[in-house]
Design a protein around this ligand. Sequence first.
Ligand code: GTP
Ligand code: MG
Ligand code: ZN
Ligand code: ZN
Length: 397
Amino acid sequence: MTRLTCPYCYGRFAEKEIKFRCGGLHPIEGKPCAPGPDPVRGQVLGDTKLQLPVVEGNGKRLSARCAKCRIETTIQICPNCHSQLPVHYSKINNRMVAMIGAKFSGKSVYMTVLMHELIHRVGRRFDAAVTGADERTRKDFSNEERDLYTEGVLPGATQTAAAERGRAPFVFRVSLGEHRRFRSTLRHTVLSFFDTAGEDLESDKGVAENVRYLSCADGIIVLLDPLTVPNVMEKFGLDPSVLPQAANRADSPINILTRVTEVLQKLPGNGPNKMIDIPVAVAFSKVDALWEGLPQDSPLRQPAPGTPYFDEGDGEAIHAHVQALLYDWEGGQIDQLLTKNYRTFRYFGLSALGAVPAVRSPGQARQKVGGAIQPHRVEDPFLWLLSRLKVVTTGKD
Ligand SMILES: Nc1nc2c(ncn2[C@@H]2O[C@H](COP(=O)(O)OP(=O)(O)OP(=O)(O)O)[C@@H](O)[C@H]2O)c(=O)[nH]1
Ligand SMILES: [Mg+2]
Ligand SMILES: [Zn+2]
Ligand SMILES: [Zn+2]
């Protein structure tokens, strides 16, 4: 029996456990159903908004009849948190991609830019349609997109999951076109992105709160700020005082990776002496800050390929280059940790903004971008994960 994972609460359930929500339509006789409290949503998601009644399902049927108004509904909801599931959720391929990283590593900016790129540019490259799977994702995502792209302001620090109960992940549907390179059964993918706060990884308690999120991920992007790798600032002749306070205090990549590894080892089926199977993309953000110090022909300075598949040759070149840089910077501690514990991992270097943002002046509420956003290689880790998950091909198979 296949278990499904809810992209909103990450709870697991069987297809026959799916419930429905009344559509609130006018019945032939009597009054339509009206919204009322839904204690489950309050308990699980901290959402106290009034909702139409919950309707019990009937096996694997794709519709159910409301006991009160007798009208058939096709709105499927998660039995655990009562969130509306994407259309035909039980029949499509669900891939959960998780992203984590240290405080200030650039997660929120990266998520907005990555989704923007997937919707507008990478979507065309792959003949894919990327859309928000629910109203809240569409609304909140377009607000974040507008802040960054139109207003040019950077996001504030993300609140921890504990501090902001009810913060829900962004859920997107990716539908690939008819391109012959795609495996036809995997044309629809649901992506759930939960923007963790950096603090969530700084304590054991915070990490525990993210376990459910990590435990149902099919692939993980770990975002690391290269400027927090020991010796990098000196090697590139960068002045540490230009970095905002938060970055100076940020946890080093090796500490973050160690903590993430401990979490993954504690998941069912894993153990301290077992290699972790889940593919992990180890992505260094903000590489724009390093460009000047890298040779002209460094693979990190070349644009991403425009092929309608993940270019494995290009990916391998980037991986080897970043690996060599890590040995030079910090003696290969990171590489040894990853090699020892992960069966499948890959290095990436990207820049969401494409340039170092303007320094925030004292009177300014939020930091400004400082120019047009020119993302560099943001899609690489994501496409690599999709190629590992057999959603897209690599050009070698
Ligand atoms: N140079 C450069 N700086 C970046 C880039 N992306 C983000 N930054 C800087 O990093 C800061 C933090 O970015 P966020 O996306 O808010 O980081 P975060 O990981 O979400 O931080 P928390 O939510 O506090 O954990 C931004 O305010 C920028 O100053 C980039 O592509 N290049
Ligand atoms: Mg954030
Ligand atoms: Zn009803
Ligand atoms: Zn749920």
